[in-house]
Write a protein that binds this ligand. Structure first.
Ligand code: NAP
Length: 244
């Protein structure tokens, strides 16, 4: 059996577009979701109807044991996981003093701990085969900082440190680790900001628009491809020029 790709948070938004694009490029994909089984299943059906291979798997990425079971299920059904895309994430706004312990810990557990859990689950196979690829999803806010989004920005900055550190540690094993830092992307996650703020953010973006999930999917697919075989430890901005 060939190798498979595991995409966390692939039922909606960026992860959904990533899974669709990777499937289009021939990867059997494990579509992870938290709650929206309907959305995950519709994507898997769409991929299968186009001749691809896909399975869905419910797991909270913050739960290490559940993630280990997911990687094992992907291996049994599709083949060993040789591409991990750490996309699942949570975001929200609060003044720093209003961030509860619960919110702080949950953001860290999902956005950073989730990446640790999936990588840990996939690594033994990757190391023994001396091949594999990890693409993490950070954010412009992890590079620049974001008022009223300190908890989120900290997790996204940590994703960059995770990417660079692991790239160094895993390079001798032939495993590449990169990350994409999206700008403001038009998904469910940002709708809470409201139409006026989203219009302002589009205006602040040099290319004059919000990004689409596909804009990020193409960047991820490039980093996952053999065309990027000499690229590791990098942060690829896909942000319409927001951070230059
Ligand atoms: P989204 O539209 O809110 O979708 C979130 C996805 O993650 C959903 O598929 C959701 O599953 C899943 N998810 C959430 N918590 C999870 C958990 N604990 N375990 C497993 N899956 C979980 O988000 P998005 O905008 O596509 O963002 C995707 C990633 O890009 C995130 O890491 C986000 O921080 C990053 N990002 C987004 C933007 C942006 O402007 N949108 C910018 C920079 C970076 P269910 O459908 O089951 O709920």
């Amino acid at each position: 059996m060939g190798a498979s790709a595991l995409i966390t948070g692939a039922s909606r938004g960026i992860g959904r577009a990533v899974a669709r694009e990777l499937a289009r490029q021939g990867w059997p994909v494990c579509v992870n979701y938290l709650e929206r089984r309907d959305a995950a299943e519709s994507l898997a059906e769409e991929i299968r109807s186009q001749g691809g291979r896909a399975m869905i798997y419910q797991a909270d990425v913050a739960d290490g044991q559940a993630v280990a079971r997911m990687a094992e299920a992907a291996r049994e059904t599709l083949g060993p996981v040789e591409l991990v895309v750490n996309n699942a994430g949570v975001a929200g706004q609060a003044l720093f003093q209003d961030i509860s312990d619960e919110m702080w810990n949950r953001y860290l557990a999902v956005n950073l701990g989730g990446a640790r859990n999936t990588i840990r689950a996939a690594l033994p196979h990757m190391i023994s085969e001396k091949r594999g690829c990890i693409v993490n999803i950070s954010s412009i806010w992890g590079l620049r900082g974001a008022s009223c989004e300190t908890a989120y920005a900290c997790t996204k900055a940590a994703i960059i440190a995770l990417t660079r550190s692991l790239a160094l540690e895993l390079a001798p094993s032939g495993i590449r680790v990169n990350c994409v830092a999206p700008g403001v992307i038009d998904t469910d996650m940002v709708q809470v900001l409201g139409r006026d703020t989203l219009r302002d953010l589009a205006e602040q973006t040099p290319l004059g628009r919000l990004g689409t999930p596909e804009d990020i999917a193409y960047a991820v697919a490039f980093l996952a491809s053999d065309k990027a075989s000499f690229i590791t430890g990098q942060v690829l901005g896909a942000d319409g020029g927001f951070i230059v």
